[in-house]
Structure formats: C-alpha cells, structure tokens
Ligand binder design. Sequence first.
Ligand SMILES: NC(=O)C1=CN([C@@H]2O[C@H](COP(=O)(O)OP(=O)(O)OC[C@H]3O[C@@H](n4cnc5c(N)ncnc54)[C@H](O)[C@@H]3O)[C@@H](O)[C@H]2O)[C@@H](O)CC1
Ligand SMILES: [K+]
Length: 517
Amino acid sequence: MTHLLTAQDMREIERSAMEDGIATGAELMERAGRRVVEALQAEWPDGGRTARRAIVLCGPGNNGGDGYVVARLLHGLGWSVSVHGMGATEELPPDARANRQAWEGIGSVVPLSGDLRIGQDRPDLVVDALFGTGLTRPVDGLGGLFRDIAECRALGCPRVVAVDLPSGLCSDSGRVIRAEGTEPAEAAIAADLTVTFHRPKLGHYLSEGPSFCSRLVAADIGLRPEATAGKGVPLAAARAAALAKNNASHKYDNGHALVLTGGSGRTGAARLAARGALRAGAGLVTVGVPASAQLEVAAQLTAIMLTRVDDGEELASVLEDTRLNALCLGPGLGRDRVRALVPVAVKAGRGTVLDADALTAFEDDPAALFADLHEGCILTPHMGEFSKLFPDLAAPLKAAPESGPATSRLDAARAAAARSGATVLLKGPDTVIASPGGAATIAASVYERAAPWLATAGTGDVLAGIITGLLARGFATLDAAASGAFLHAEAARGFGPGLVAEDLPEELPRVFRALGV
Ligand SMILES: NC(=O)C1=CN([C@@H]2O[C@H](COP(=O)(O)OP(=O)(O)OC[C@H]3O[C@@H](n4cnc5c(N)ncnc54)[C@H](O)[C@@H]3O)[C@@H](O)[C@H]2O)[C@@H](O)CC1
Ligand SMILES: [K+]
C-alpha cells in the first residue's frame, strides 16, 4: 500500500538514514539527480537525437543541489546545458554547494533573473530544481518567467521536468503558495513529468498537485522501506479478500441496508444509492418510502424491497428490526424529511451514511446534527456541502495560501471529523477520508487512475449507496468509506467515457472480477 508523506516525514527519514550510516546527504543527492535523468530518458526516449538543449533552474537549497547534479549528468550525456541559479555558492547548504562547485568546473551559473525568457533560447527541456519540500512562502519575482515557461510549454516545447515537486507547490497540501491576487500559473511551474524521491508526498495527490505534476514517478534513492513505517497517509485500495463473500453465508450474514427516499418525483437518487448498496454486496436492501411515492418506487424496483416510512415514528418502528444494520439518508431526501428522519436514524446507532440533503439541511445549526453522531456515522460532503457544515474549516481552503505548509483538504477533513464525531469523506478527484480519531486515507482518482466522467449528476448518490452496502456487510467505518470510494472510482474508470450514474452499480461486477474477488 502506498503511503503519502509530509515534508517533515521525509526530512526525518533522510535524517535517520544519515545518522544510521545508510547513506550520506551527498550520496542521496547524487542518486536523486541520477534518478531524475533516468526518468526523463525513460519518459522521452526520443531525447537521443542530436541538438539537445536544457535549461536547468536551481534554487537556494537542496532541491537546487539536485538540479546541479542533473546539469552535470545531462552534460555528461552530451546535452548542451545552461544553468541559472539562485543564491551565492557559499550560502548554499553543504551538499548543494559541493554540487554547484562541481558544475562550476564544467560551466557557468548565470544568476537567475525574473527577466529570463526561455522562448528566445528554445531549449528542449527545462529542469525545475528551484524549490522542493522546503518551500515556505510565495516564490518572489519570478512570475514573468513562470508565465513564459507555461506559454512555451503549451506550444509543445520545452518539456518541463520537476525535481521532487513543481516549484511553488506546497508539499503537504498540493496547493500553490501564492500572494492573494496572483494566479497559480504565475506562482508555480507546471511540469510534464515530476520525479520525486522514495515515496510520493501528500502534495502530489491533493488539490492542484496532480495538475501541476502531470506525470509522477517516485524513484528509489536507497532509503529503507522500514524507515517509512508508521509514517504517512495511505492511498485507498481495495482488498479482494475483504470483498469476497463466504460461500456458506446466508443473505442476512451480509447485512440489510435501508435507504430512505424523498417524496414523489424525488426518489431517483435514493434508488441509485440502493442499487449501489446491493451491487456492493449487501445481503438485502430496502428503500424506505413515504406513502406518496410508494407506487412510483414500486414500479421501479425488483431485487430491492420497499417499506413505508413517512415520519420519524414510522422509521423508529421499522428500525426495531435490528437486522437493518446500515442506513443511508440524504440522496433526494428533501429538507423536511431530513429534519424528521435523521435524528431518529442517528440515534438508532447503526452504520449510517449521511449525504446531500441530510447535510445541507443542518446548514443553520450544524451542532444539532453533530450532537448525536457516533463512530458508525459517515458524512460524505462535496466541497459545497462541506462549506455549509464547516464554514470556518472551509475558509482557509478558499483563500490563497500565503505560507507553507498550507492548510490541506486532509487537515480540513480531520478537523471536521474531530468536531462532528463522525468519519468525514470529502469528495473530489482527491477524496480525503478522516475518522474522529485522526486516522485517514486518500482515495485519489488522479494520474493513471483519473476518472473524469465521474463528475456527473447522481454519481455521489451511488457512492453513498456503495458505502452503505459495505457497512451492511460489516466493514469498519473508515474501511467502508475508503473501499467504497475506491470501488466507485474503479467502476467509473472501467466504464470509461459516456458514463452516467446508473452505469456505476452495473460496472461493479467487472471491478470485483478484475480485483480477483
Ligand atoms: N529529504 C531528502 O531525503 C532528500 C532531499 N533532497 C532534495 O532536497 C529538497 C529539500 O531541500 P531543502 O530543505 O533545502 O528545501 P528547498 O530546496 O525546497 O528550499 C530551499 C530553501 O529555500 C528557502 N525558501 C523557502 N521558500 C522560499 C521562497 N519562496 N523564496 C526563497 N527562498 C525560500 C527555505 O529556507 C528552504 O529551506 C527536496 O525537495 C529534494 O529535492 C534530495 O537531495 C534527496 C534526499
Ligand atoms: K522543483
């Protein structure tokens, strides 16, 4: 399982490797530079043609040190290399200084100026080694150069390789560190390929990270895997063994999910969720319908059962059946029904997914919702819904982050989980899932797992249903949310272009087969 690290984690891993004599800083830097060159050769094998020209931009720290290694190695491969550097040689940290001096034995270092325009030089490659995990404030005075690089890159030349991280991007949040009023494109360099070291960082996966990194390679620089133990946040993945069913099991062994619908004309979202719960493997799924919508829903369902739930009292009596072990409220529920049904559902103490209306109906009084939430509850907001329930936690995500490490979506989800007492799944291409105790997972549909067709109406309802189905099957809360988000994205990827929400549950059998379930 891949774990995403913070900059602090990485510094600790590097420090312990040096203290334990695993490698010196100079060795790590040499390997880092070498891995970058290997990765760009593997990415662009056509780099073997003659007239290869690179501009290497080197910053004032160890990221810049890696850049001086890359410059030396590219020169050794016959490239024509120009180096533009920040800071004076004697001010650089020791390993970076040594590598700059080694480069100075080969060529010059032009002081980096914001007036540099790469369009005039027409290089094949720009190596961005300005800032990596040490970025703490907006990059100053280089906006014009960054815009120039972006404009040239948009025309197809040069290619841009980022060393460790695109400069300007915050390693812990994936947000561009920038002054209020500036655009991300003038505060960070978008790359075609990003080569990071040892393990990916949170910033490669969260927020703007993937769009600035484009392609991500995590290269081995000889740090021990054990050094990472206990560090980082795992990327969600599905475990075939956990998803498989026992051949001897009865339908009730796989739980009974109850999904509550809205009134007449508003039942589609809950039916989508119910179908998701059934395909995720719940033994039985029942939809709870108000009298006004009973006929409409009955006409649409076959394997899914139906029971009448008009108000809180009826819900309480339905829930006397303790075999109903997972509940889903929100999709299409309608605000009036939310206020009547959510408190009863939550107090029943079952695994409970609250989505859509079940969240926004508490906009005026989130504390009223949080008061009864328990560890079996999962809130599944997208950013708009999150802002309504947790406006103070959403605010720093909307403002330009002027210093690093910046508040991340993970920080916000963790704080929301702690406050609400429920697991919070904050939806996006970088879905973050946090439980009240601080445990977290990231279910990212980015890079080779991108699922752009998921951004369509009704897909969130299916996600709520899949998670409810997994809760019914007995998955622990965080695991249900993380596995549900993973399966949901895999179903979207498997179906591909043209996907609509109805396709997601029907794609799950193929996802299970591909996972070896
Ligand atoms: N940690 C590790 O295990 C390894 C780190 N390496 C490289 O070292 C990098 C981290 O190096 P550093 O910690 O020196 O940090 P950086 O090289 O990212 O930044 C250099 C320094 O610039 C200053 N700074 C921050 N924001 C600034 C801004 N906006 N304008 C001007 N100065 C600013 C800070 O004092 C910072 O320490 C990694 O990204 C990676 O490229 C590699 O050499 C290999 C191993
Ligand atoms: K960089």
